[in-house]
Design a protein around this ligand. Structure first.
Ligand code: GLP
Length: 240
């Protein structure tokens, strides 16, 4: 299903309401969380709505999608800090239930396996939020990633490093690799909301629409997922 809204704030309203409805129906839900510019207005709206409605988030569990290899949980550009700043510190979450990959894990391959096993121990993801990279990546599953790949370490595509440079200080080096939940864990989520906003996503969204499922464009795999909603603003949908 595709839903198109006028702008990012209308998108944020819709996604925030979907999150709240899910949490109300299942207060102990496991959420799959994403980072990136697309998610910022969504988390901001969610925080407001959760506060206004006195939503209980204390029984929620979350698993984040990905993390840069080499960044500590205190590094300002780590996804740990992103999540704390944009969501976790604003509501009464139970910190022990908020899971992120550790960018400093000594053995990142083993760490990915343990992370996937922990997620499995929680019964998998009830609701997965996804953004999409300009090259069609979800999490950090770059073009060419095998669809049967579980959580893994990935060398980032050059375009991804260029796209994400805007989040780093001038002159700072964008990490070369990352850890990410794989397409296996993402596709096992019971429900998926993929969000794309802005003109910069219009081309890849149109590619998604036109093309069959292909590993060249990782998020085309979502066409095989029975409970996925593509949530777009008019700018991202402008080439459909
Ligand atoms: C990043 C993240 C993804 C995110 C995507 C889009 O590299 N790893 O999880 O969804 O790229 O980011 P943005 O929303 O900033 O465009």
């Amino acid at each position: 299903m595709i839903q198109i809204f006028s702008d990012p704030s209308a998108v944020a309203e819709y996604v925030s309401e979907a999150l709240i409805a899910k949490i109300r129906s299942k207060p102990e839900a496991v959420l799959g969380l994403a980072t990136g510019g697309t998610m910022e207005p969504i988390y901001a709206r969610f925080i407001d709505q959760a506060r206004q409605s006195g939503l209980d988030v204390s029984r929620l569990t979350s698993f984040n999608l990905d993390e840069y290899v080499g960044l500590s949980a205190d590094h300002p550009k780590s996804y740990s800090v992103y999540m704390r700043e944009h969501l976790f510190r604003h509501l009464a979450f139970d910190a022990s239930r908020l899971h992120l990959l550790n960018g400093l894990a000594r053995d990142s391959v083993a760490h990915c396996q343990a992370y996937a096993a922990k997620l499995q121990g929680y019964g998998g993801i009830d609701l997965q939020l996804l953004g999409v990279g300009g090259n069609g990546h979800i999490g950090f599953n770059e073009p060419g990633t095998a669809f049967d790949r579980p959580c893994h370490v990935v060398k980032l595509a050059e375009q991804t490093r260029i796209d994400n440079r805007r989040f780093f200080a001038a002159g700072a080096v964008v990490p070369e690799s990352a850890m990410t939940l794989g397409l296996v864990e993402i596709m096992a989520a019971r429900e998926i909301l993929l969000v794309a906003t802005g003109e910069s996503k219009a081309e890849i969204v149109a590619e998604w629409y036109r093309r069959d499922v292909t590993e060249e464009i990782p998020f085309t795999i979502l066409k095989r997922h029975p409970q996925t909603t593509m949530i777009l603003d008019e700018a991202a949908a402008s080439l459909l």
